[in-house]
Design a protein around this ligand. Structure first.
Ligand code: FES
Length: 255
């Protein structure tokens, strides 16, 4: 008789028949997501060194009241806007899976016993996790924020009224491309465009919606890749601009 690899309700925490090093999958999530969370929090509260020449850090875009006309001196402009990108990432379907496993160990991995405290677990049907369902609204905000970020890239070609390309321009451009790929590979967007339809030929604009859905499906299959690549790129873009603003780096002019 072959026993099921799926842990039963009475399984002990960590109990599994898996023989591979399943826990290794948790480490990159803890290091990258945890490290990014700490860095982004520190930078958001820092409230300075967020622009240099034509470059603006993505953590501070759109930049609101940088001269503190109505914003208290101690209040960083990043804190006004942080909720949108943060909410989009933390409610992302992929990241949810990743951090539920890595930080809550719930479950630690496929077919590995969960902690005992989840006896009354109601999934995402009860507060607070039911709030994860507002992801699609964060998607709308993320698309709006992408417009600001693309505008920042446009401005990053302007060196005192003259067209130019610096290393910072290239870094900002790559970053916004990765953020765009991450946003447009979103599960919610794919669902809205066509995933919820049973019959494309019966729906209004069915043919173009099918084409758009097919394209978004290709992106969606790579959502995890775009999630990590854009996380690293947005952190690195901010870091590079901070280093320029502090005088630690010099920008390399490509053109
Ligand atoms: S599912 Fe990941 S951004 Fe929407």
């Amino acid at each position: 008789m072959v026993s099921s690899p799926v842990p039963s309700r009475t399984s002990q925490f960590g109990e599994t028949q898996r023989r591979d090093s399943w826990w290794l999958e948790l480490l990159p999530v803890i290091i990258l997501f945890g490290g990014f969370g700490i860095y982004a929090t520190l930078r958001a509260f820092e409230g300075k060194l967020y622009e240099w020449g034509p470059y603006l850090s993505p953590f501070y875009s759109p930049l609101i009241d940088p001269d503190h006309h109505w914003l208290p001196r101690f209040f960083s402009p990043a804190l006004l806007i942080l909720g949108a990108p943060l909410g989009f990432r933390t409610t992302c379907y992929y990241y949810r899976k990743a951090y539920y496993r890595a930080f809550f160990l719930d479950p630690p991995a496929c077919t590995v016993g969960e902690p005992g405290f989840r006896k009354n677990y109601k999934g995402e049907t009860r507060f607070p996790f039911i709030l994860q369902n507002i992801h699609r609204y964060f998607l709308y905000l993320a698309i709006l924020f992408l417009c600001f970020l693309w505008y920042d890239v446009y401005k990053a070609f302007d060196f005192g009224g003259k067209f130019g390309i610096g290393l910072g321009t290239a870094i900002m451009f790559v970053n916004v491309c990765l953020l765009t790929l991450y946003t447009f590979s979103c599960h919610s967007l794919r669902h809205i465009v066509g995933g919820k339809l049973d019959c494309f030929s019966c729906a209004t604009f069915g043919i173009p919606r099918h084409s758009a859905w097919s394209f978004l499906t290709i992106l969606n299959e790579r959502h995890m890749l775009f999630a990590w690549a854009s996380l690293v790129s947005v952190g690195f873009t901010d870091f590079y601009i901070r280093m320029l603003a502090s005088g630690a780096f010099k920008d390399f002019r490509l053109l």
